[in-house]
Structure formats: structure tokens, C-alpha cells
Design a binder for this molecule. Structure first.
Ligand SMILES: NC(=O)c1ccc[n+]([C@@H]2O[C@H](COP(=O)([O-])OP(=O)(O)OC[C@H]3O[C@@H](n4cnc5c(N)ncnc54)[C@H](O)[C@@H]3O)[C@@H](O)[C@H]2O)c1
Ligand SMILES: [Zn+2]
Length: 400
């Protein structure tokens, strides 16, 4: 090797990751080993384990804090306790930097290292915020996620993204980090209010529309039972959605979203915008339901999605109990700014996913603004009536 030559020496390398995903029915009452078995010794030492709990789980008079204390006691031969902390629930934890600072401080004070574990038990927002602190402290501490919302179990908890909001923008500050393990425990969903419970299924509808007509059909058929929280319908739907998301991440070739397209963000350009426009009074899942509905109607107007299928999508979202209309949809100028925000987040050209059919996505780089306004208008009308979907009444001229 001549070390004096001016030359370019590029090298491609890959790093194998393991994504551990468990489904359990009640981790703290009978299935403790699922969590305990995730903890590897730290050399000769027991690993430090720090817990972060979503405050809402304690507000509901549940036994979670006691359950965690008992887990720690039962496993004193396998771990060193490094504290049980409580994080604000919901978007508040991502909006205020003080929460992140407090989390980093607790990690520092407990001297956690890169072989320690942070176990976070909470909704998608708490997972995102604590996950961000875990991903950045020491450049990455092992994170075990126990999502406690349907959205967390069906989508975000399985993913590799962690983020908080800055400058009034969603997920502006964040890090990609593969969680050490994800444990989807059905019992943790018990206290979730109905509104949040159904909201998570918007992401299940979204991913099925991108990846699997069979799973979309099953969601369509089971929508009433899902709305009624029948576990025989909800658990398989969560599992199917989690696995579709997981397969996309592990097999889709772009886990860290370096490419232009972000297919899992179908419907999200408007969803993220609606969340900020409504000052987060809309749940992320609710905003995604509306965003998916907008892009579905738009797809039927512009990209050849069968209007009958668009109707089925809207009907499924409605049967699940998701809103299709919101007063902020009137402010179309502000809403359409979401397109530019979405583009800026990734850079390069605008790239959105639309549908030619169910499970037949297409990448597009431009939006027909008139057709988009028409789609939003039709959705608002569909959201106000519960009659047949507007997509079926598309004027011939719009159906290209
Ligand atoms: N990282 C990702 O890939 C990704 C993907 C999708 C969404 N997200 C993010 O996830 C967040 C939304 O997450 P979410 O839908 O889980 O909502 P959330 O975390 O905002 O939770 C909603 C409310 O329910 C409470 N809660 C959580 N679990 C509960 C339970 N079992 N019982 C009672 N109350 C409970 C929370 O404290 C909160 O008040 C958004 O910030 C969104 O941006 C991230
Ligand atoms: Zn989402």
C-alpha cells in the first residue's frame, strides 16, 4: 500500500442488527421472564436497569409501579436497579426540552453505561422522548420498549426512530436507533381510553394499504369488533400491523430512511401538519386517519385507485371510530404548507406515496393542487354524513 498517493478510498460496510420482538399477554403477572431474559450480564457485573413509566399509567390507579418494584426485587440476582422514573404522558413530553434534560440527567446520575438498559413503558410519545435520550446518552444505551398504546404496539414501538419536537416542528430532533427489544404486552393496553385505543388502528390501516390487501380486508371485516375492543380482533390486527412495519424496516432496504421515499409515511404529510395546526388536540393516530383518508381520495382522483376501494377505506376508518373531518381542514392554505414541511424534513425533491390500488403504492413527486383541494373537500363532506363515500361520486373529469 502506498501511503503517499492522493487517492479516494471508499469502502462499503454493513452492520448486522438484531430486532427482538415479543408478544405477551401479561408480563408482570406470570410472564416476567420475557423481560428478564432480554437482560444480558455486563461482563462480570449485573447490568444496570433504569425504568421510565408514562405518568398516565400511574394516574389510572394501576399497579404498575408496584409491579415494576416487584420485578426488580424478584430479579435482584440478574440486575442492578438504577431507578424508576416517571415521564409526562402524551405530546407534552416531546414538546418541552426540560423533559429530555431530566431524562438525560437521570441517566447521568445513575451512571448508566452502554451495557445498561433503559426500560420504557408508555405511549408512543414517551417511547420517542425517552428513546431519544437513550439513543444519545453515551451515543446509545440499550433500550427496551414496552408500548402501552395500540399505536405504540402496532407501529412506533417496533420502529427505529426516536425524536422530540423542536421549533414547533414534529420530530425535528431525533436519532435512529434499533431498540434492544420490543415487548408488546396485551395487558398494558387495558387502561387505554377508547379514543386512544382506536386511534392506533389508523396506522394498521395505513400499512395494510401499502403492503397487504388481505390484511386490509381483515381490518375492514373486523372494524366493528376492533371498535368494541374485542381482543380476538384487536390482538391479531396489532400483531399483523407490527409485523408489516417490522418487515419493512428489516427487509425494505432503507431502515434509516436515507432514500427519497418514506412509504410508511403514507398520509403523514397532512397528518403532521394537522397535529401542529390543532396544537396536538388531535391524536397522532386520528391525524393519520384523516391524512390517509385525504391521500386515498386523492389517489382515486389522480392515480387510478378504484373509487369503490377508496370508499371501503373511508368506511373502515369510520367504523373503527376515527374522525374523517376536522374544523382545521377548512384552512387548506395552512394544510398544504405541510407538503413543503414534509419535503424539507428529508431534503431533495418532494416524494410522497400514493395508491394505484390497495397494496399497490406509487411514489409521486408532484401534487395536483386542485385535485388535492377537491379530495379534502370530499373528505369533509364524507366526514359529516355517514352515507356512501364521496369517492364514488367523482366527476368523470377527475378520474384519470
Ligand atoms: N418513532 C416512530 O416511528 C413513531 C411512529 C408513529 C408515531 N410516533 C409518535 O408517537 C406519538 C403518539 O403516540 P401514541 O398514539 O401512543 O399516543 P401518546 O403517547 O401521545 O399517548 C396518548 C395518551 O395516552 C396515555 N397513555 C398511554 N398509554 C396508556 C395506557 N395504557 N392507559 C392509559 N393512558 C395511556 C398517554 O399518557 C397520553 O396521555 C406521537 O408523538 C408520534 O409522533 C412515533
Ligand atoms: Zn405515524
Amino acid at each position: 500500500m502506498n501511503l503517499n498517493d492522493d487517492s479516494t478510498l471508499d469502502a462499503t460496510f454493513s452492520v448486522p442488527f438484531q430486532h427482538r420482538l415479543h408478544f405477551t399477554r401479561d408480563i408482570f403477572h406470570g410472564e416476567q421472564s420475557v423481560l428478564a431474559d432480554c437482560l444480558e450480564p455486563s461482563g462480570e457485573q449485573l447490568p444496570k436497569v433504569q425504568f421510565w413509566l408514562d405518568r398516565s399509567l400511574l394516574d389510572h390507579g394501576g399497579t404498575l409501579r408496584g409491579d415494576v418494584q416487584r420485578f426488580i426485587k424478584d430479579h435482584s440476582a440478574r440486575l442492578q436497579p438504577a431507578g424508576i422514573h416517571v415521564a409526562e404522558g402524551g405530546e407534552a413530553v416531546k414538546n418541552d426540552w426540560l423533559h429530555t434534560e431530566r431524562c438525560l440527567q437521570a441517566i447521568h446520575d445513575a451512571d448508566l453505561d452502554r451495557r445498561s438498559y433503559i426500560v420504557v413503558i408508555g405511549g408512543g410519545a414517551v417511547l420517542d422522548a425517552v428513546g431519544f435520550a437513550a439513543a444519545t446518552a453515551h451515543r446509545g444505551i440499550r433500550l427496551i420498549r414496552l408500548p402501552t398504546t395500540t399505536l405504540g404496539q402496532a407501529d412506533s414501538g417496533v420502529g427505529v426512530k426516536n425524536a422530540v419536537n423542536r421549533f414547533g416542528k414534529k420530530n425535528w430532533l431525533g436519532a435512529f436507533a434499533v431498540p434492544w427489544a420490543v415487548i408488546n404486552d396485551a395487558a398494558l393496553l387495558a387502561t387505554l381510553p377508547d379514543r386512544d385505543f382506536v386511534a392506533g388502528f389508523a396506522e394498521a390501516v395505513k400499512v395494510s394499504l401499502l403492503k397487504s390487501a388481505t390484511i386490509f380486508e381483515s381490518l375492514e371485516q373486523q372494524a366493528t369488533r376492533i371498535h368494541a375492543r374485542d381482543p380476538a380482533a384487536t390482538l391479531p390486527a396489532i400483531r399483523a400491523s407490527a409485523l408489516l412495519h417490522r418487515t419493512h424496516i428489516t427487509r425494505g432496504g432503507d431502515p434509516f430512511e436515507a432514500l427519497e421515499a418514506r412509504p410508511l409515511d403514507f398520509g403523514h404529510w397532512s397528518a403532521h401538519r394537522l397535529e401542529t395546526m390543532t396544537r396536538f388536540s388531535l391524536r397522532h393516530g386520528e391525524a393519520v386517519g384523516i391524512g390517509v383518508a385525504i391521500d386515498t381520495v386523492y389517489s382515486s382522483l389522480v392515480h387510478g385507485l378504484d373509487p369503490h376501494d377508496a370508499t371501503r377505506v373511508l368506511q373502515t376508518l369510520r367504523t373503527l371510530g376515527l374522525p374523517l373531518d376536522h374544523p382545521q381542514l377548512h384552512d387548506t392554505t395552512a394544510l398544504l404548507d405541510g407538503l413543503e414541511e414534509f419535503r424539507q424534513h428529508l431534503g431533495g425533491r418532494l416524494t410522497l406515496t400514493m395508491l394505484r390500488g390497495i397494496a399497490d403504492p406509487i411514489e409521486v413527486h408532484a401534487i395536483d393542487e386542485d385535485a388535492m383541494l377537491e379530495a379534502i373537500d370530499r373528505l369533509r363532506r364524507a366526514g359529516r354524513s355517514d352515507g356512501d363515500a364521496v369517492a364514488e361520486r367523482a366527476p368523470e373529469t377527475m378520474l384519470t
